[in-house]
Design a protein around this ligand. Sequence first.
Ligand SMILES: C[S@@+](CC[C@H](N)C(=O)[O-])C[C@H]1O[C@@H](n2cnc3c(N)ncnc32)[C@H](O)[C@@H]1O
Length: 327
Amino acid sequence: MAVGERDLDAALDAVLGSGSELAPAAAALSAAYRSGRRPGEVLDDPTAARAYAAVRMPATFAAVRAALRAAGPGLRPTTLLDIGGGTGAAVWAAAATLPSLRSAHVLDGSAPALALGRRIAAGAPDPVLAGATWTQARWPVDLPGADLATLAYFAGELRPEQQVAVVAAAADRAGAVAVVEPGTPAGFADLLRARDTLLGMGFRIVAPCPHDLDCPWATGSDWCHFPVRLPRSARHRQVKGARLGWEDEKFSYVVAVRDGADRPEGRPEGRPEGRIVRHPVQRKGMVELTVCAARPGIERVIVSKRSGADYKAARDAGWGDAWPPHP
Ligand SMILES: C[S@@+](CC[C@H](N)C(=O)[O-])C[C@H]1O[C@@H](n2cnc3c(N)ncnc32)[C@H](O)[C@@H]1O
């Protein structure tokens, strides 16, 4: 069975224990993120890497898993290259969503993050995680080939021209590329840069966008991002000094494939006709959806009780889901 957050939590428990000593390092880490410092350097310290694993890895795992799920079953990689993979959250997410996966290779500039990631993955009930390869490599480097390349919360660590170069190199070496960034205006700007680079390399978008055209929010009028709710373990709460038993991670993402570049008229497998880009608003007898549509543009879609099955689907639909539900 695919790994889930309970498996990740158990593996973190085995390696980090209660993590009670990590609270100051976790606070320093979030201060570093807020100040805009490049956390890549911060993670070059074993305690910072442990704090990252305790407070960020469950969230980055949940975000990447949501992004890969959105790409659907058309994504069937055998091999994964996780660039800037740190403690391996994206490998956990890939193991959770991609039954075709047979091997994973994590590249990162931080030896302590990799060593910790390897120990955490060694406790996973999954052969891809337990057998993953962890290589210290600071971008720019030659990348090995893979079916899928992931860049999770990594592009934003680099200067814009480096972001373009690493995404282009990933697209050159992989058949599919998934980029996930924080769901902030700055993270979305980095994401758009990655999206443009992938389209420039002839890739086609599978998720979240319903088209390969200009993003309607590229003007800066808004930013495309999605939420994922994740449970916080006792360790997570303690290290973060938080009381709530859950948190919402906001993320921006793109998953694109080289397949289908030869048939620009057809949609690549898994691409929706439209995507819900805000929380649906329920009103009496109707649901109002904000949908990024294939035309392209952002549309308000009213689904009333008279729409039958679609009304039920709209009541069940959430921010980030495909719309309409039946292609
Ligand atoms: C925010 S962490 C993300 C880790 C992981 N992908 C995740 O989603 O949890 C950013 C990672 O990028 C790595 N990093 C930063 N600059 C790098 C570079 N130039 N080359 C390789 N890795 C780098 C850091 O060591 C760190 O592990």
